[in-house]
Write a protein that binds this ligand. Structure first.
Ligand SMILES: Nc1nc2c(c(=O)[nH]1)N[C@H]1C(S)=C(S)[C@@H](COP(=O)(O)OP(=O)(O)OC[C@H]3O[C@@H](n4cnc5c(N)ncnc54)[C@H](O)[C@@H]3O)O[C@H]1N2
Ligand code: MOO
Length: 404
C-alpha cells in the first residue's frame, strides 16, 4: 500500500495542463490571471489638478499676496481651451486638466475670490497640487504578473486602463456520482435498511467551494453496466469525475472494473491511511477520476486532502490550503497500522491555539467532521507530547471564518 505522500505525488504527476478561458473583467473576481498585464496607457493619462482651486503660473507668485484675474474654468470633463498668461488664473476642479501655461494649483482655501479676481494668500512651490501625466506609471510597464488572483483592487486597475477582457484559468468541470443501491435521497421516505445520501450534498458543495463547475450530480445503483455507461458519458463532460462508494472489495463494488472498462488506467488504489484506505485514482486522456470510499468521513477526508487541492491547482492556486500551527492540549499516543487523518477541534487560549482530537473518529461518524475544524496527519506509530506543535490542516473552506 502506498503512503499519503506517494499518493499525492502520483496525483500531481498526472495533472493535465491548466485550461484557460477569456472573461469579461466583471466576471473575473477570484480567478487566476493566466498572462501578464502591461499598461496600455500612462497613469495619470493627462496632467491634472489634485485640488479644487486656482490654476496659476508659479512665477506670478514671487511676492504674496498677489492678485490675478480669473479668465475661465477647467472643470472635470470640460477642459479650459486657452493658454494661461502672466497675471491670470483659471478656476480648476480636482481631476480636471491643468490648462496650458499653468504649472501650479492653489487650493481654494488659500485664495480670496472677488468676482473675476483672485487674491492668492499663500503658495508652496512650483508644481504643487498637480498630478503629472505618467507619474504613477508609463505605458508598457508591468501592472499585474501572471498568476495574480484577481480581486476588486486589481479589477479597478484593469477598468482604469480600459482593459475589458482577461485570460484566466478555467474552472474544472466536475461530474459527481454517488453509488450504492441502499443510498436514497434525503428527501425520500426510506426503509429501515436503507441510508440517506449525505455524500452527494457534502461533496457537491465542497466541489463548488473549491471553484469547480459541478456539471452533473447524480446517484447510481450498484449496477456494473450502468456505471460503465455513466463513466463513458462523463468523460466528454468532465475534467474530473468524483465517485463515492463501491471502491472496496465487496461483490457489489464495481467502480474499479467499470473505470477500466470505460477506458481509465489505474494510477493507484489503496493508501496507507485511515480513513480513506480504499481511495482509487485513475486517469484517461482528458479526465481524472477519483473513486472515494463510501463511508461519509472517508469520502470527506479524501475530498479535503486530495480532490480539493487538485481542483484548486487546475485553477492556478498552487497550494492555498489553510494551515494553522497549534499545540497538543494533551499527550497523544498513536499506535495504528495506518497513518491517521485525525480530526481535531481548535481552541484559542492565552498561550495561542491548541488542538484537541475528537473522541469518536469512526469513518461512519459524521460528527467527527461536523465537530472538527481540521485535521493532523500522524502515525501509524507516533507520540505527540503535550504542548508539542503540529500543522493543523483546516477544512479548506474554513480559512475565511477567523480560524488562526
Ligand atoms: N473486507 C473488507 N471490507 C472493507 C474493507 C476492506 O479492506 N476489506 N475496507 C473498508 C473501508 S476502510 C472502507 S472506507 C469501506 C469503503 O467501502 P466502499 O467504498 O466500497 O463503500 P460502500 O461499501 O459503498 O459504502 C461504505 C459505507 O458508506 C455508506 N455510504 C455509501 N455511500 C454513501 C452516501 N452517498 N451517503 C452516505 N453514506 C454512504 C454505505 O452505506 C456503507 O455503510 O469499505 C470497508 N470494507
Ligand atoms: O479507510 Mo476506511 O475509510 O477507514 O473506513
Amino acid at each position: 500500500m502506498i503512503s499519503i505522500q506517494e499518493a499525492m505525488e502520483r496525483i500531481w504527476a498526472r495533472l493535465p495542463e491548466k485550461k484557460r478561458e477569456t472573461l469579461d473583467i466583471s466576471e473575473s473576481t477570484g480567478r487566476v490571471l493566466a498572462h501578464q498585464v502591461t499598461a496600455a496607457e500612462p497613469s495619470p493619462r493627462f496632467t491634472n489638478s489634485a485640488m479644487d482651486g486656482m490654476a496659476v503660473r508659479f512665477e506670478d507668485l514671487q511676492s504674496l499676496p498677489v492678485e490675478l484675474s480669473i479668465v475661465g474654468e477647467s472643470r472635470a470633463g470640460v477642459p479650459f481651451q486657452g493658454i494661461v498668461q502672466n497675471g491670470q488664473a483659471v478656476r480648476i476642479s480636482t481631476g480636471a486638466v491643468l490648462p496650458q501655461g499653468a504649472d501650479t494649483v492653489i487650493p481654494i482655501e488659500d485664495c480670496q475670490v472677488e468676482q473675476s479676481r483672485v487674491k492668492v494668500l499663500t503658495a508652496k512651490k512650483k508644481g504643487a497640487n498637480v498630478r503629472k501625466k505618467g507619474e504613477e506609471f508609463e505605458s508598457g510597464e508591468v501592472l499585474l504578473a501572471s498568476g495574480t488572483t484577481l480581486f476588486p483592487e486589481h479589477l479597478a486597475l484593469l477598468a482604469a486602463q480600459g482593459i475589458q477582457r482577461v485570460e484566466v484559468y478555467a474552472r474544472p468541470r466536475v461530474v459527481l456520482l454517488t453509488t450504492g443501491s441502499e443510498v436514497k435521497s434525503f428527501k425520500e421516505e426510506i426503509a429501515d435498511y436503507e441510508i440517506r445520501d449525505s455524500n452527494l450534498l457534502m461533496l457537491g458543495e465542497a466541489i463548488k467551494l473549491a471553484g469547480g463547475a459541478l456539471v452533473v450530480s447524480d446517484r447510481l445503483p450498484d449496477d456494473f453496466s450502468l456505471t460503465v455507461q455513466k463513466l463513458k458519458e462523463a468523460q466528454n463532460k468532465a475534467d474530473v469525475i468524483v465517485l463515492s462508494g463501491g471502491v472496496s472489495v465487496g461483490p457489489h463494488d464495481h467502480v474499479k472494473k467499470a473505470a477500466a472498462e470505460a477506458g481509465f488506467s489505474e494510477v493507484f488504489w489503496k493508501v496507507n491511511q485511515q480513513p480513506g484506505k480504499p481511495l482509487f485514482f485513475a486517469a484517461s486522456d482528458n479526465t481524472l477520476l477519483f473513486g472515494l470510499p463510501g463511508n461519509p468521513v472517508s469520502a470527506f477526508m479524501s475530498m479535503a486532502h486530495y480532490v480539493y487541492p487538485v481542483l484548486r491547482r487546475l485553477q492556478g492556486f498552487d497550494d492555498d490550503r489553510a494551515v494553522c500551527v497549534a499545540r497538543a492540549r494533551s499527550r497523544l499516543e498513536i499506535n495504528k497500522k495506518r497513518a491517521q487523518l485525525l480530526r481535531v477541534r481548535l481552541e484559542k487560549t492565552d498561550e495561542g491555539w491548541h488542538f484537541i482530537p475528537l473522541k469518536r473518529q469512526g469513518s461512519h461518524m459524521i460528527t467527527s467532521i461536523s465537530q472538527a475544524d481540521g485535521y493532523i496527519v500522524v502515525g501509524p506509530v507516533e507520540t505527540i507530547e503535550k504542548d508539542e506543535t503540529r500543522n493543523v490542516y483546516l477544512f479548506p473552506w474554513r480559512k475565511s471564518y477567523g480560524l488562526c
